[in-house]
Design a protein around this ligand. Structure first.
Ligand code: ATP
Ligand code: MG
Length: 549
C-alpha cells in the first residue's frame, strides 16, 4: 500500500493560494535538461510536482529545458519520457523550451527598448572579473550605456550570425552594486554555434538559464515553480525577468532541498563521466542511481514513489541513508514475489541411500506471507547442490549447518546427515556424502527429533545454470565537492558468480523478480539475459548488511 505525502511547506503555500483565490488551479512542471538520464534525485522532484498538482486537481507539464545545445541529445529526451512514465506519471503537456526561442528573443528586444538590456563586447572572463564579490561592488561595463538603436542593431546582428562565438553577449541592465551578485548585469544571451537537437542550426544565439526559465514558466502559466535550494539567490532575478519582460502570468519560485544520498553521486555531469570512462556499463548499469539503473537493478516504481514521499520536502539540505531506499523495495517485494531456491556457490551432496535414478516432486508454497501466490512442485533426487558456506568440515561452536555427523533439514524435503567428505589429491572438497531419513519428509508431521539448521538446495539433475550479480555501492563515500570523485569509486562494486536456480524459475522473463531464500531479492536482467542463460541482479539482500570495507 502506498502512502500519501504528508503535509509540507510547499503544500501549505498551495492550500493558501487556492484559499485566497490567488489561483483557481495549480499548474506545476518538471523541467529536466536533456543532458543525461534522470536519477533518484529527479524522482523526488517528479513525485513532488506531479502529486502536488494531482492532489489539488491541477496539472503538471513535462518541459525539456533545452536551452544549451552543446550538451543536449535526443537519446536523453527519449529516456526522460520513458522514465517519467515508468514512475507512473502522466503529463498534461509535453513542451520544449526551445519552442519558445522566438518569444524569448522578442522579449529580449522589449528589454532593449526599455533600456533594460545591452549588448556587451567584454569576454566572459572579463565580465566575471568585473562582477566584484560579496564585499566589493562590480564595475560597470564600458558598453553599458550604448543607445537603444545600437543595441537593437547589434542584437539582430548577433542573431544573424555576424559575430563569432563569445564575441558579444546580451546583458540585463540591473545593478552592478547589488548585494546579490546574480543581479549585477547578468548575461542573458550568448553566441554559440552548435546544432540544437530540436531547432537544428536555426539559432546561433541561445538564452541563459536565468533568463529562459522564468519565461518558460510564465508562458505555460505555471503557478508554483519548484526548484532546488541553489536557486534561492536567483529568485530576485527570476522575478525581475517576469516583471520586466511583462509576462502576463506570474509564477512563484519555491525552493526545496535537493536529495543527497549516502555513497551516491547525483550529478548528471559525474554520472556521465562514469559512463564515458566506462567505469559502468551504461546509464542503466544496475549500480547507477539513475531511474534506468534502478529499474534494471529491479526497483519498482511503487518503491521509489514511497521513498520519495517518506523523505519529505524540507528547506535545509541533508543526506538520506541509502538503506532507506532499500527498505522500501523490500517492503514492496516481500509479499509480491515468489520465494524460490537458488545456489550461488554450489557444493555437490550425494544422498547415498536415495535410490539412483529416482526423482520425486515436493510441494512448496511460493510465499508463506501471501497464500495467493500458490504452490509449486520442486524435484528432489539423489544428487543436490547446497551452498558451499553451508558446510564446514571443522565447524566452530554454534555452527548449525552441515558438518560431519550433523543432521540438518533441507527446505521442503528431508533431514540429511553428513557421513563423508570426498576430496581431491590436494585436499579440496569435491563433494560430500549424506544419508536421508525418509520419515522426516516435510509436511509429514514428523517431530521425533529436531534439527537446528535448514538449508536451501537444488537438485543437480534439474538445476538451471544462472549468473548472479551481487552489488555494493559504487561510491566509497558520500558526494563531496572537495575530493576527486573518481578516486572514491568502490573497486568491488560488482561480483559475478555462476550458480544454479531451481527449475521453476527456468522460464523467467526479463524484469521478473524473485526472493531467493536466504540471499535476497533478485531481478532478471533485461539486457544480458539470453535464451540460454538467466542473469540475476541482486536488488537487495534480505537484511541490511552493508558496511564500507
Ligand atoms: P544535475 O545537477 O544532476 O545535472 P540538474 O538540477 O542540473 O541536476 P535538471 O535536469 O536541471 O538537473 O533538473 C530537473 C529538475 O530536477 C529541476 O527542477 C531540479 O531542481 C530537480 N532536481 C535535480 N536534482 C535533484 C535532486 N538531487 N533532488 C531533488 N531535485 C532535483
Ligand atoms: Mg541543470
Amino acid at each position: 500500500m502506498e502512502t500519501k505525502t504528508s503535509s509540507n511547506f510547499i503544500k501549505n503555500i498551495v492550500i493558501e493560494d487556492l484559499h485566497t483565490g490567488k489561483h483557481k488551479e495549480i499548474i506545476t512542471r518538471f523541467p529536466p535538461e536533456p543532458n543525461g538520464y534522470l536519477h533518484i534525485g529527479h524522482a523526488k522532484s517528479i513525485v513532488l510536482n506531479f502529486e502536488l498538482a494531482d492532489e489539488f486537481k491541477g496539472k503538471t507539464n513535462l518541459r525539456f529545458d533545452d536551452t544549451n545545445p552543446v550538451k543536449e541529445d535526443t537519446e536523453y529526451v527519449e529516456s526522460i519520457e520513458e522514465d517519467v512514465k515508468w514512475l507512473g506519471f502522466d503529463w498534461e503537456n509535453l513542451y520544449f523550451a526551445s519552442d519558445y526561442f522566438e518569444e524569448m528573443y522578442e522579449r529580449a528586444i522589449l528589454l532593449i527598448k526599455k533600456g533594460k538590456a545591452y549588448v556587451c563586447d567584454l569576454s566572459p572572463e572579463e565580465i566575471k572579473q568585473m562582477r566584484g564579490n560579496l564585499t566589493e561592488p562590480g564595475k560597470e561595463s564600458p558598453y553599458r550605456n550604448r543607445n537603444t538603436e545600437e543595441n537593437l542593431d547589434l542584437f539582430e546582428m548577433m542573431r544573424s550570425g555576424e559575430f563569432g562565438d563569445g564575441q558579444k553577449v546580451l546583458r540585463a541592465k540591473i545593478d552592478m552594486s547589488s548585494p546579490n551578485i546574480n543581479m549585477r548585469d547578468p548575461i542573458i544571451y550568448r553566441i554559440a554555434r552548435a546544432t540544437h537537437h530540436n531547432t537544428g542550426d536555426k539559432w546561433c544565439i541561445y538564452p541563459m538559464y536565468d533568463y529562459a526559465h522564468p519565461i518558460e514558466d510564465a508562458i505555460e502559466a505555471i503557478t508554483h515553480s519548484i526548484c532546488t535550494l541553489e536557486f534561492e539567490d536567483h529568485r530576485p532575478l527570476y522575478d525581475w525577468v517576469i516583471r520586466e519582460c511583462e509576462m502576463e502570468s506570474q509564477p512563484q519560485q519555491i525552493e526545496f532541498a535537493r536529495l543527497n544520498m549516502t555513497n551516491t553521486v547525483m550529478s548528471k555531469r559525474k554520472l556521465k563521466l562514469l559512463v564515458d570512462e566506462k567505469i559502468v556499463d551504461a546509464w542503466d548499469d544496475p549500480r547507477m542511481p539513475t531511474i534506468a539503473g534502478l529499474r534494471r537493478r529491479g526497483y519498482t516504481p511503487a518503491a521509489i514513489r514511497s521513498f520519495c514521499r517518506e523523505i519529505g520536502v524540507a528547506k535545509n539540505n541533508s543526506t538520506v541513508d541509502i538503506q532507506m531506499l532499500e527498505y522500501f523495495i523490500r517492503e514492496d517485494l516481500k509479499t509480491s514475489t515468489s520465494n524460490v531456491m537458488g545456489v550461488l556457490r554450489p557444493l555437490k551432496v550425494v544422498i547415498t541411500n536415495y535410490p539412483e535414478g529416482q526423482t520425486e516432486m515436493l510441494d512448496a508454497e511460493n510465499n508463506s506471507e501471501n497464500p495467493e501466490l500458490g504452490n509449486r512442485q520442486i524435484p528432489f533426487s539423489r544428487e543436490i547442490y547446497i551452498e558451499q558456506e553451508d558446510f564446514m568440515e571443522n565447524p566452530p561452536n554454534k555452527y548449525f549447518r552441515l558438518f560431519p555427523g550433523n543432521e540438518v533439514r533441507l527446505k521442503f524435503a528431508y533431514f540429511i546427515k553428513c557421513n563423508e567428505v570426498i576430496k581431491d589429491e590436494s585436499g579440496n572438497i569435491l563433494e560430500i556424502h549424506c544419508t536421508y531419513d525418509e520419515e522426516t519428509k516435510s509436511g509429514s508431521g514428523f517431530n521425533a527429533r529436531k534439527v537446528k539448521g535448514t538449508l536451501h538446495w537444488v537438485a543437480a539433475k534439474h538445476a538451471v545454470p544462472a549468473e548472479y550479480r551481487l552489488y555494493e555501492p559504487l561510491m566509497l563515500e558520500d558526494e563531496k565537492s572537495d575530493k576527486n570523485f573518481l578516486d572514491q569509486i568502490n573497486p568491488n562494486s560488482m561480483e559475478i558468480i555462476q550458480g544454479y536456480v531451481e527449475p521453476a524459475v527456468k522460464d523467467a522473463k526479463p524484469q521478473d523478480k524473485f526472493q531467493f531464500m536466504r540471499h535476497g531479492y533478485f531481478n532478471v536482467d533485461p539486457k544480458n539475459t539470453t535464451k540460454d542463460k538467466l542473469v540475476f541482479n541482486r536488488i537487495v539482500s534480505l537484511k541490511s548488511s552493508f558496511e564500507i570495507k
